[in-house]
Design a protein around this ligand. Structure first.
Ligand SMILES: [Zn+2]
Length: 398
Protein backbone atom coordinates (compact mmCIF):
# COMPACT_ATOMS: atom_id res chain seq x y z
CA UNK A 1 0.00 0.00 0.00
CA UNK A 2 1.03 3.62 -0.36
CA UNK A 3 1.60 5.69 2.77
CA UNK A 4 2.77 9.27 3.07
CA UNK A 5 6.06 9.30 4.96
CA UNK A 6 6.67 12.60 6.75
CA UNK A 7 10.38 11.80 6.79
CA UNK A 8 10.79 11.78 3.00
CA UNK A 9 7.79 14.10 2.50
CA UNK A 10 6.28 11.84 -0.15
CA UNK A 11 4.09 8.81 -0.58
CA UNK A 12 6.03 5.57 -0.38
CA UNK A 13 5.19 1.97 -1.09
CA UNK A 14 4.74 0.11 2.18
CA UNK A 15 4.87 -3.59 1.42
CA UNK A 16 2.69 -5.34 3.99
CA UNK A 17 4.91 -8.13 5.35
CA UNK A 18 3.50 -11.65 5.27
CA UNK A 19 6.26 -13.47 7.21
CA UNK A 20 6.21 -11.27 10.32
CA UNK A 21 3.85 -8.88 12.12
CA UNK A 22 3.57 -5.21 11.21
CA UNK A 23 4.62 -3.02 14.15
CA UNK A 24 2.82 0.25 14.84
CA UNK A 25 3.66 2.74 17.59
CA UNK A 26 1.40 5.71 18.27
CA UNK A 27 2.26 8.35 20.88
CA UNK A 28 -0.39 8.31 23.57
CA UNK A 29 -2.03 10.96 25.69
CA UNK A 30 -0.78 12.74 28.77
CA UNK A 31 -3.59 11.71 31.12
CA UNK A 32 -4.62 14.92 32.87
CA UNK A 33 -7.72 15.98 30.96
CA UNK A 34 -10.70 14.66 29.00
CA UNK A 35 -10.46 13.25 25.45
CA UNK A 36 -11.26 15.90 22.84
CA UNK A 37 -11.94 15.71 19.10
CA UNK A 38 -8.28 16.29 18.19
CA UNK A 39 -7.30 13.16 20.14
CA UNK A 40 -10.24 11.19 18.77
CA UNK A 41 -9.33 12.01 15.20
CA UNK A 42 -5.69 10.95 15.60
CA UNK A 43 -6.40 7.64 17.34
CA UNK A 44 -9.24 6.90 14.96
CA UNK A 45 -6.96 7.23 11.94
CA UNK A 46 -4.53 4.69 13.40
CA UNK A 47 -7.42 2.47 14.45
CA UNK A 48 -8.55 2.38 10.84
CA UNK A 49 -5.01 1.83 9.55
CA UNK A 50 -4.65 -1.21 11.83
CA UNK A 51 -8.09 -2.57 10.94
CA UNK A 52 -7.25 -2.21 7.26
CA UNK A 53 -3.86 -3.95 7.62
CA UNK A 54 -5.62 -6.83 9.40
CA UNK A 55 -8.32 -6.89 6.71
CA UNK A 56 -5.50 -7.35 4.22
CA UNK A 57 -4.37 -10.38 6.19
CA UNK A 58 -1.50 -8.86 8.19
CA UNK A 59 -0.78 -9.53 11.83
CA UNK A 60 -0.36 -6.19 13.59
CA UNK A 61 1.34 -5.44 16.90
CA UNK A 62 0.16 -2.08 18.11
CA UNK A 63 1.77 -0.16 20.95
CA UNK A 64 0.35 3.06 22.33
CA UNK A 65 1.87 4.57 25.45
CA UNK A 66 0.59 6.62 28.36
CA UNK A 67 2.74 9.72 28.98
CA UNK A 68 2.26 9.76 32.72
CA UNK A 69 5.54 11.58 33.37
CA UNK A 70 5.05 15.03 31.90
CA UNK A 71 4.92 18.65 33.07
CA UNK A 72 1.20 19.30 32.42
CA UNK A 73 0.23 16.24 34.50
CA UNK A 74 2.39 17.28 37.46
CA UNK A 75 1.23 20.89 37.22
CA UNK A 76 -2.43 19.88 37.17
CA UNK A 77 -1.95 17.52 40.13
CA UNK A 78 -0.27 20.30 42.10
CA UNK A 79 -2.95 22.83 41.18
CA UNK A 80 -5.76 20.50 42.25
CA UNK A 81 -3.93 19.16 45.30
CA UNK A 82 -4.25 15.54 44.18
CA UNK A 83 -1.75 12.73 43.83
CA UNK A 84 -0.37 12.66 40.25
CA UNK A 85 -0.74 8.87 40.11
CA UNK A 86 -4.43 9.06 40.99
CA UNK A 87 -5.00 11.83 38.46
CA UNK A 88 -3.22 9.84 35.73
CA UNK A 89 -5.17 6.68 36.56
CA UNK A 90 -8.48 8.51 36.45
CA UNK A 91 -7.84 10.14 33.09
CA UNK A 92 -6.29 7.01 31.56
CA UNK A 93 -9.45 5.08 32.49
CA UNK A 94 -11.62 7.84 31.03
CA UNK A 95 -9.58 7.91 27.83
CA UNK A 96 -10.00 4.15 27.44
CA UNK A 97 -13.75 4.47 28.05
CA UNK A 98 -14.00 7.14 25.35
CA UNK A 99 -11.98 5.18 22.81
CA UNK A 100 -14.01 2.04 23.54
CA UNK A 101 -17.23 3.99 23.09
CA UNK A 102 -15.86 4.96 19.66
CA UNK A 103 -15.20 1.27 18.92
CA UNK A 104 -11.42 1.73 18.76
CA UNK A 105 -9.22 -1.34 19.06
CA UNK A 106 -7.29 -1.86 22.27
CA UNK A 107 -3.52 -1.67 21.66
CA UNK A 108 -1.53 -4.90 22.02
CA UNK A 109 0.72 -3.07 24.48
CA UNK A 110 -0.32 -0.07 26.52
CA UNK A 111 2.75 0.82 28.64
CA UNK A 112 2.90 3.64 31.15
CA UNK A 113 6.07 5.75 31.12
CA UNK A 114 6.30 5.61 34.91
CA UNK A 115 6.77 1.82 34.73
CA UNK A 116 9.51 1.96 32.11
CA UNK A 117 12.29 3.95 33.80
CA UNK A 118 14.98 1.21 33.61
CA UNK A 119 14.83 1.03 29.79
CA UNK A 120 15.06 4.83 29.58
CA UNK A 121 18.13 4.85 31.85
CA UNK A 122 19.73 2.17 29.71
CA UNK A 123 19.39 4.26 26.53
CA UNK A 124 20.61 7.43 28.26
CA UNK A 125 23.67 5.60 29.65
CA UNK A 126 24.48 4.40 26.15
CA UNK A 127 24.11 7.91 24.70
CA UNK A 128 26.37 9.37 27.41
CA UNK A 129 29.00 6.64 26.90
CA UNK A 130 29.03 7.22 23.14
CA UNK A 131 29.31 11.00 23.48
CA UNK A 132 25.81 11.85 22.23
CA UNK A 133 24.84 13.23 25.60
CA UNK A 134 26.49 15.17 28.44
CA UNK A 135 25.86 15.38 32.16
CA UNK A 136 25.59 18.67 34.06
CA UNK A 137 24.66 18.88 37.75
CA UNK A 138 22.34 15.90 37.75
CA UNK A 139 20.83 16.74 34.36
CA UNK A 140 21.59 14.90 31.14
CA UNK A 141 21.28 16.65 27.78
CA UNK A 142 21.36 15.35 24.25
CA UNK A 143 23.92 17.21 22.14
CA UNK A 144 22.23 18.01 18.83
CA UNK A 145 25.66 18.67 17.30
CA UNK A 146 26.20 14.94 17.35
CA UNK A 147 22.88 14.05 15.73
CA UNK A 148 22.78 13.20 12.08
CA UNK A 149 20.54 15.77 10.32
CA UNK A 150 18.72 16.76 13.50
CA UNK A 151 15.16 17.90 12.82
CA UNK A 152 15.34 16.95 9.13
CA UNK A 153 11.75 15.71 9.19
CA UNK A 154 10.52 19.18 10.23
CA UNK A 155 12.05 20.82 7.11
CA UNK A 156 12.96 23.98 8.98
CA UNK A 157 16.15 25.96 9.47
CA UNK A 158 17.84 26.27 12.85
CA UNK A 159 15.95 29.44 13.89
CA UNK A 160 12.61 27.90 13.02
CA UNK A 161 13.46 24.70 14.88
CA UNK A 162 14.41 26.68 17.96
CA UNK A 163 11.29 28.82 17.83
CA UNK A 164 9.08 25.74 17.46
CA UNK A 165 10.87 23.88 20.27
CA UNK A 166 10.46 26.90 22.55
CA UNK A 167 6.73 27.03 21.85
CA UNK A 168 6.52 23.37 22.82
CA UNK A 169 8.30 23.34 26.16
CA UNK A 170 12.00 23.81 25.37
CA UNK A 171 13.93 26.09 27.73
CA UNK A 172 16.58 27.84 25.61
CA UNK A 173 17.95 29.74 28.61
CA UNK A 174 18.95 26.68 30.62
CA UNK A 175 22.50 27.68 31.68
CA UNK A 176 23.81 24.11 31.55
CA UNK A 177 23.05 23.62 27.87
CA UNK A 178 25.79 23.85 25.24
CA UNK A 179 23.25 24.63 22.53
CA UNK A 180 19.79 26.10 23.22
CA UNK A 181 18.28 23.29 21.11
CA UNK A 182 19.94 20.51 23.13
CA UNK A 183 17.16 18.62 24.85
CA UNK A 184 16.71 16.99 28.22
CA UNK A 185 17.15 13.24 28.60
CA UNK A 186 17.15 13.29 32.38
CA UNK A 187 16.44 16.18 34.73
CA UNK A 188 16.70 16.86 38.39
CA UNK A 189 13.14 16.99 39.73
CA UNK A 190 11.86 20.28 41.05
CA UNK A 191 10.47 20.49 44.57
CA UNK A 192 7.50 18.20 45.20
CA UNK A 193 7.79 16.53 41.81
CA UNK A 194 8.05 12.75 41.61
CA UNK A 195 11.56 11.35 41.74
CA UNK A 196 13.26 8.23 40.42
CA UNK A 197 16.80 7.09 41.16
CA UNK A 198 19.34 7.16 38.35
CA UNK A 199 23.13 7.02 37.82
CA UNK A 200 23.04 10.86 37.61
CA UNK A 201 21.10 11.33 40.82
CA UNK A 202 17.41 11.47 41.65
CA UNK A 203 15.20 13.00 38.98
CA UNK A 204 12.93 12.14 36.09
CA UNK A 205 13.20 11.42 32.38
CA UNK A 206 12.54 13.90 29.60
CA UNK A 207 9.45 13.31 27.47
CA UNK A 208 11.19 12.22 24.26
CA UNK A 209 13.25 9.44 25.82
CA UNK A 210 10.07 7.86 27.17
CA UNK A 211 8.83 6.98 23.68
CA UNK A 212 12.24 5.81 22.39
CA UNK A 213 12.40 3.41 25.33
CA UNK A 214 8.85 2.06 25.07
CA UNK A 215 8.90 1.73 21.28
CA UNK A 216 12.16 -0.25 21.24
CA UNK A 217 11.21 -2.36 24.25
CA UNK A 218 7.82 -3.47 22.93
CA UNK A 219 8.31 -3.38 19.17
CA UNK A 220 12.03 -3.86 18.56
CA UNK A 221 14.89 -1.78 17.24
CA UNK A 222 13.11 -0.78 14.06
CA UNK A 223 9.39 -0.26 13.72
CA UNK A 224 7.23 -0.17 10.64
CA UNK A 225 4.90 2.74 11.30
CA UNK A 226 5.29 5.43 13.93
CA UNK A 227 2.46 7.89 14.26
CA UNK A 228 0.96 10.81 16.07
CA UNK A 229 -0.47 14.27 15.53
CA UNK A 230 1.42 16.58 13.17
CA UNK A 231 2.56 18.79 16.05
CA UNK A 232 4.74 15.88 17.24
CA UNK A 233 7.03 15.98 14.16
CA UNK A 234 9.17 18.50 15.96
CA UNK A 235 10.57 18.30 18.48
CA UNK A 236 9.14 15.01 19.81
CA UNK A 237 9.58 12.61 16.90
CA UNK A 238 12.75 14.26 15.66
CA UNK A 239 14.26 13.78 19.12
CA UNK A 240 13.12 10.14 19.16
CA UNK A 241 15.05 9.53 15.93
CA UNK A 242 18.15 11.27 17.32
CA UNK A 243 18.05 9.05 20.43
CA UNK A 244 16.97 5.70 19.03
CA UNK A 245 19.21 5.40 15.98
CA UNK A 246 22.55 5.79 17.83
CA UNK A 247 21.27 3.47 20.56
CA UNK A 248 20.27 0.62 18.26
CA UNK A 249 22.79 1.35 15.51
CA UNK A 250 19.96 0.82 13.03
CA UNK A 251 18.43 3.21 10.53
CA UNK A 252 15.69 4.13 10.06
CA UNK A 253 14.11 3.94 13.50
CA UNK A 254 10.69 3.98 11.81
CA UNK A 255 10.13 2.98 8.19
CA UNK A 256 7.09 5.25 7.86
CA UNK A 257 6.39 8.38 9.93
CA UNK A 258 2.70 9.05 9.71
CA UNK A 259 1.08 12.24 11.03
CA UNK A 260 -2.50 13.40 11.32
CA UNK A 261 -3.68 16.98 10.74
CA UNK A 262 -5.06 19.14 13.52
CA UNK A 263 -8.68 19.79 14.44
CA UNK A 264 -9.90 23.35 14.67
CA UNK A 265 -12.98 24.93 16.15
CA UNK A 266 -13.99 27.93 14.07
CA UNK A 267 -10.91 30.02 13.45
CA UNK A 268 -8.59 28.47 16.04
CA UNK A 269 -6.86 25.17 16.60
CA UNK A 270 -8.63 23.14 19.27
CA UNK A 271 -6.30 23.36 22.24
CA UNK A 272 -6.27 23.20 25.99
CA UNK A 273 -4.61 26.59 26.27
CA UNK A 274 -7.43 28.27 24.31
CA UNK A 275 -10.09 26.23 26.11
CA UNK A 276 -12.05 25.67 22.86
CA UNK A 277 -12.37 21.92 23.20
CA UNK A 278 -15.18 19.63 22.12
CA UNK A 279 -15.07 16.50 24.25
CA UNK A 280 -15.80 13.08 22.84
CA UNK A 281 -18.10 12.12 25.70
CA UNK A 282 -20.23 15.24 25.18
CA UNK A 283 -20.55 14.56 21.46
CA UNK A 284 -21.48 10.93 22.17
CA UNK A 285 -24.40 12.05 24.34
CA UNK A 286 -25.85 13.51 21.17
CA UNK A 287 -24.61 11.29 18.36
CA UNK A 288 -24.25 7.62 17.55
CA UNK A 289 -20.51 6.69 17.71
CA UNK A 290 -20.78 5.43 14.12
CA UNK A 291 -21.86 8.90 13.04
CA UNK A 292 -18.94 10.53 14.81
CA UNK A 293 -16.52 7.98 13.34
CA UNK A 294 -17.84 8.55 9.83
CA UNK A 295 -17.69 12.33 10.27
CA UNK A 296 -14.06 12.30 11.46
CA UNK A 297 -12.98 9.88 8.73
CA UNK A 298 -14.66 11.97 6.08
CA UNK A 299 -11.62 14.27 6.07
CA UNK A 300 -8.26 13.25 4.59
CA UNK A 301 -6.20 12.28 7.60
CA UNK A 302 -3.31 14.65 6.88
CA UNK A 303 -5.54 17.71 6.53
CA UNK A 304 -6.62 20.11 9.22
CA UNK A 305 -10.35 20.65 9.47
CA UNK A 306 -12.76 22.64 11.53
CA UNK A 307 -15.18 20.62 13.65
CA UNK A 308 -18.77 21.57 12.85
CA UNK A 309 -21.94 20.28 14.49
CA UNK A 310 -23.91 20.61 11.28
CA UNK A 311 -21.38 18.37 9.52
CA UNK A 312 -21.91 15.67 12.14
CA UNK A 313 -25.67 16.02 11.84
CA UNK A 314 -25.45 15.75 8.05
CA UNK A 315 -23.42 12.53 8.37
CA UNK A 316 -26.31 10.85 10.20
CA UNK A 317 -28.20 10.45 6.92
CA UNK A 318 -25.33 8.50 5.32
CA UNK A 319 -24.85 6.19 8.26
CA UNK A 320 -28.59 5.53 8.28
CA UNK A 321 -28.55 4.58 4.58
CA UNK A 322 -25.86 1.98 5.18
CA UNK A 323 -27.68 0.65 8.24
CA UNK A 324 -30.89 0.29 6.19
CA UNK A 325 -28.99 -1.50 3.42
CA UNK A 326 -27.64 -4.01 5.93
CA UNK A 327 -31.09 -4.77 7.32
CA UNK A 328 -33.31 -4.56 4.25
CA UNK A 329 -34.98 -7.76 3.05
CA UNK A 330 -34.52 -8.51 -0.62
CA UNK A 331 -36.59 -10.86 -2.72
CA UNK A 332 -35.72 -14.04 -4.57
CA UNK A 333 -34.98 -12.38 -7.92
CA UNK A 334 -31.62 -12.13 -9.67
CA UNK A 335 -28.71 -11.89 -7.23
CA UNK A 336 -27.05 -8.48 -6.85
CA UNK A 337 -23.30 -8.60 -7.39
CA UNK A 338 -21.24 -5.70 -5.98
CA UNK A 339 -17.69 -7.04 -5.94
CA UNK A 340 -16.56 -3.75 -7.52
CA UNK A 341 -17.45 -2.01 -4.23
CA UNK A 342 -14.87 -4.08 -2.39
CA UNK A 343 -12.27 -3.38 -5.11
CA UNK A 344 -12.96 0.32 -4.97
CA UNK A 345 -12.84 0.42 -1.17
CA UNK A 346 -9.52 -1.43 -1.21
CA UNK A 347 -8.11 0.83 -3.91
CA UNK A 348 -8.83 4.00 -1.91
CA UNK A 349 -7.66 2.58 1.42
CA UNK A 350 -4.41 1.30 -0.06
CA UNK A 351 -3.74 4.74 -1.52
CA UNK A 352 -2.60 6.41 1.70
CA UNK A 353 -5.84 5.68 3.55
CA UNK A 354 -8.20 7.82 1.49
CA UNK A 355 -11.06 7.25 3.91
CA UNK A 356 -13.46 9.87 2.44
CA UNK A 357 -13.41 8.01 -0.90
CA UNK A 358 -13.57 4.62 0.78
CA UNK A 359 -16.68 5.75 2.69
CA UNK A 360 -18.24 6.99 -0.54
CA UNK A 361 -17.67 3.55 -2.06
CA UNK A 362 -19.44 2.00 0.94
CA UNK A 363 -22.35 4.40 0.59
CA UNK A 364 -22.63 3.71 -3.15
CA UNK A 365 -22.73 -0.02 -2.36
CA UNK A 366 -25.51 0.59 0.17
CA UNK A 367 -27.56 2.48 -2.43
CA UNK A 368 -27.17 -0.42 -4.88
CA UNK A 369 -28.42 -2.86 -2.26
CA UNK A 370 -31.42 -0.68 -1.39
CA UNK A 371 -32.36 -0.23 -5.04
CA UNK A 372 -31.99 -3.94 -5.82
CA UNK A 373 -33.99 -4.96 -2.73
CA UNK A 374 -36.81 -2.64 -3.83
CA UNK A 375 -36.87 -4.53 -7.15
CA UNK A 376 -37.17 -7.83 -5.32
CA UNK A 377 -33.66 -9.03 -6.11
CA UNK A 378 -31.53 -11.24 -3.86
CA UNK A 379 -29.13 -9.10 -1.81
CA UNK A 380 -27.75 -11.36 0.96
CA UNK A 381 -24.28 -11.82 -0.58
CA UNK A 382 -24.02 -8.08 -1.27
CA UNK A 383 -25.05 -7.38 2.33
CA UNK A 384 -22.26 -9.64 3.65
CA UNK A 385 -19.79 -7.78 1.51
CA UNK A 386 -20.98 -4.48 3.00
CA UNK A 387 -20.68 -5.91 6.53
CA UNK A 388 -17.10 -6.92 5.77
CA UNK A 389 -16.31 -3.35 4.67
CA UNK A 390 -18.02 -1.72 7.65
CA UNK A 391 -15.92 -3.88 9.95
CA UNK A 392 -12.73 -2.95 8.09
CA UNK A 393 -13.47 0.69 8.81
CA UNK A 394 -14.75 0.11 12.34
CA UNK A 395 -18.44 0.84 11.89
CA UNK A 396 -20.85 -1.30 13.92
CA UNK A 397 -24.05 -1.25 11.91
CA UNK A 398 -25.20 -4.81 11.44
ZN1 LIG B 1 5.83 9.83 21.87
Amino acid sequence: MLLYNSYSARKEEFVIPTDRPVTVYVCGVTPYDTTHMGHARTYLVFDVLIRYLRWKGAEVIYCQNVTDIDDPLFERAKRDGVDWRKLAELHTAQFLDDTMAMNMLRPTYYPKASHEIPSMIEIIEHLVAEGYAYVREGNVYYSIDRAEAFGQMAQMNYEQLLETANERGNNPNDPFKEDPLDFVLWQRSKNDEPIWESPWGPGRPGWHIECSAMATRYLGEQIDIHGGGRDLIFPHHSCEIAQSEPYTGKQPFARIWMHTGLVWLGEAKMSKSLGNLVFVRDALMQYDPNVLRWYLLNFSYRKDFSYEEKGVAYTQVRVERVRQALHVSGGSGEELEIEQVRTEFDMHMSNNLRTPYALNALLAGAELVLAAAAEGRTVTAAQSLLVDITEAIGLRLS
